[in-house]
Design a protein around this ligand. Structure first.
Ligand code: SF4
Length: 80
């Protein structure tokens, strides 16, 4: 069940793919985080690997039920 702001795919073998969010609130809408391209300005808690790759393993921000509007607002902001 879902809508354009909240969607769950419980058939996915990785569901829920991030820790720290109650399963009923886990939002699959941003499976590929649209904030990745914001780099340091994404607002999430990423880490940089030794190969200088952004690792989002511990970030749960895009998967919160209420994140749609927050993420769309950040996406609309220009990079400095
Ligand atoms: S750290 Fe979080 S908010 Fe930032 S790009 Fe990764 S998943 Fe998205």
């Amino acid at each position: 069940m879902g809508n354009y702001r909240f969607f769950q795919n419980k058939d996915c073998e990785y569901f829920p793919c991030h820790k720290g969010i109650p399963e009923e609130d886990f939002n699959c809408l941003f499976c590929f985080c649209p904030l990745y391209s914001k780099g340091q300005n994404c607002g999430g808690n990423f880490e940089m690997t030794k190969n200088n790759v952004k690792s989002c393993m511990n970030c749960a921000r895009p998967h919160k039920r209420e994140s749609y509007d927050v993420i769309m607002d950040i996406l609309r902001q220009d990079l400095p």
